[in-house]
Unconditional design. Sequence first.
Length: 152
Amino acid sequence: MAKKNKIKDELATKEEEVKLLKDKYLRLVAEFENYKKRTIKEKEDFAKYAKENLITSILPIIDDFERAIQNNEKDVKGYELIGQKMIDILKNQNLNKIAVKKNEVFDLEKHEAISSTPVNSKNKKGKIIEEVESGYMLSDKIIRYPKVIIGK
């Protein structure tokens, strides 16, 4: 009889342990699910508002353009200053123009050839003749390749 009571006590103890572990497991799963939901929401909010700083810094340029249009600004210098203001803001966001030189060797990793033109000189073959559209890097990533015409 004592052995039966001991087994019943052990069984009750083990059942209590299982119950506690099951409860702990369910709480941990719920906590993890809440963590995932919170992380997803934070990522969505970050993506949603990440551009806010850039847009806020560009708004004064829009204001400058609107004032120039209202005043029938015909002075090219004013528009050049507005354009330079825009370039400075974008540089502060780590956007840089990719420098392309005429007669530079065409590199598929750094340029996009949109056309080729016959050249008289052999030393101009495979080299950049003209840049049609500027390319840009954001930090260390090319976000738009410079479009060039190469000699053939």
